[in-house]
Each structure stands twice: as C-alpha cells, then as structure tokens.
Design a protein around this ligand. Structure first.
Ligand code: SF4
Length: 281
C-alpha cells in the first residue's frame, strides 16, 4: 500500500489555494479570448479587456484575481490503495487552507458559525471538503475558491418528471436572470440534474468548476449545454451586467440516475474568476 503523508497533502492544498486565487487557468484565458472576439457591445469589449488585463497583472505579481478569495471548496479523490499517514485527512486539508491563505495574503472570508455571532475564523478554514474513494494508489486534489457574489445566486429546484427539458430550461433561465450583474458575469454555470436534493447540488458544483473547454460525454447533455449557453447569452446581461452577448462563458451539465417520481435540478453559478486548479500526489 502506497503511503502519502498529511504534510504532503497540507503543503499541496496551501500551494493550490494560492495558485487558484492568483493564476487564471488556460481554459479561462481561452474563454476570455473567445468572448473578446465575439462580444458585440463596445462597453462589453472594454470590460473584457479590463478583466483580461486584470488577470495578467494578478499572475505576474502573484496577487489575487479578485479581492474575494472565497471559501475554499476541495474535492479529494483518494485511491483505495493509499494509506494516509501522520494525521487526519481533513485536518491536513484545513492546515493547508490556513497556510495558503496566510502566506498568500488572501482575504479571510469564513465565519465560524453562520447565524448568530458570525465571527471570522481569521484563517479561512474550514474548507468545504468532498471526498471520494476511487480506484488506484494516488490522491487527486482539486481546489475551487468560491466567491459568494455568484454562490449566493445558486438555485435548487425539485422538479417532477413531467416538467422535462423545458422545466430545466425555465429554472436555468430564471437563475441566470436573477443572478444578473451580482454574479460578476461572464459566468461559468454548473447544472446538476438527477440524484437526490443534495446530489443535484453537488453535481452542479462539480459542473461549475469543470473546464470551460470540456463537454459532457453524453451527446444529448452536450447539446443541452450548448442550448443553455445560448439561452444565457440571449438575456443581454453581458460582461459585468452592463449589456452584451457574453453573459456566460460556458454551461456545464452533470447528471446522475434519479427516482421515478423526481427530476432534481440545481444551478451553481461561478463568476468570471471561475478559479480552480488541481494536483496529484
Ligand atoms: S463573484 Fe467572483 S468576481 Fe465577483 S466579487 Fe466574488 S469572487 Fe470576485
């Protein structure tokens, strides 16, 4: 059995947090270039230019792309042939969050309790951690710092099967229109369809942090991704909500089997920063 230490995991999470907050991934850079070539609004073009410049400055100075460096969502795939040594996995991840957000001078945005005192934890821990046991002897860690301008605009709806594709499109469009400028468009929109209530929400999150140059492997869902993108961009919300044809860079759809009586749909909205990066140990 292969051994991976908590120290390695912690160091990895810390580095990924800084990288994700300061360096746009290639898919997002490509999405910006593509949007700049198709945007028709002059104001929209100017905003895209400014955001592209912002990304370049952030990367060259290792400064955050946005002041809201988010709550860190961490997806961990642990190979079942791996033995984690030297501590507890979730402690290691949260130690990495504390280190990364402190050493990277990233804004600490997490409160330790959500309703009454809302006291800042001062180190951005804890992360929201999703762990899966998978085949193999590696650990894959993906981080996504999630700003709440966009997160707050997410939606979950328990449709019934009779609502069908049109019902999904209606929920999607209402969410995009409601998000408007507050989600800092151009957005990357994750749609989760199926499973149960919480599964649909998780699928939407996975979709929201999936690469913008990817497609759902099922051609029916890939077509739905294109149709939803067209709907989003026809709203006219545009870059930063000031009008234009680039309301979203991409819509990603993930699905899962569901119950005969249900059609859960979740929409998770990511902003133009759409930060994500990953590593394998
Ligand atoms: S939604 Fe995104 S771009 Fe807007 S403030 Fe939050 S992190 Fe920044």
């Amino acid at each position: 059995m292969r051994e991976v230490s908590c120290q390695e995991i912690s160091d990895c999470v810390g580095k990924l947090a800084i990288q994700a907050c300061c360096v746009q991934t290639d898919d997002i850079k490509h999405a910006f270039r593509k949007a700049r070539s198709t945007e028709v609004s002059i104001l929209g073009q100017n905003i895209l230019d400014t955001l592209i410049e912002n990304g370049k400055i952030a990367e060259s100075n290792m400064m955050p792309i946005c002041q809201d460096t988010g709550m860190l969502v961490v997806f961990v795939e642990v190979g079942q042939e791996v033995h984690i040594i030297g501590g507890y996995l979730e402690d290691a991840i949260n130690d990495g969050v504390k280190k990364g957000y402190t050493e990277g001078y990233l804004r600490k945005s997490v409160v330790e309790e959500p309703l009454f005192e809302r006291k800042n934890t001062t180190n951005n821990a804890p992360a929201v951690i999703h762990t899966r046991i998978v085949r193999g002897d590696k650990i894959r860690i993906q981080v996504a710092p999630k700003g709440f301008g966009s997160e707050n605009k997410s939606v979950l709806k328990m449709l019934v099967p009779a609502d069908g594709i049109e019902g999904v499109k209606k929920v999607f469009l209402e969410a995009v229109k409601l998000a408007g400028p507050n989600a800092c468009p151009p957005m990357v929109i994750g749609v989760g369809i199926g499973g149960t209530m919480e599964k649909a929400a998780l699928l939407a999150k996975i979709a929201a942090v999936r690469e913008t140059d990817s497609k759902n492997p099922d051609s029916r869902y890939a077509k739905l991704e294109d149709e939803l993108l067209e709907l989003a961009n026809a709203t006219g919300v545009g870059p930063q909500g000031l009008g234009g044809v680039t309301t979203a860079f991409k819509v990603n759809v993930e699905w899962y089997p569901t119950h005969i009586a249900g059609l859960p749909v979740a929409i998770n909205i990511n902003c133009h920063a759409a930060r994500h990066c990953d590593a394998e140990l």
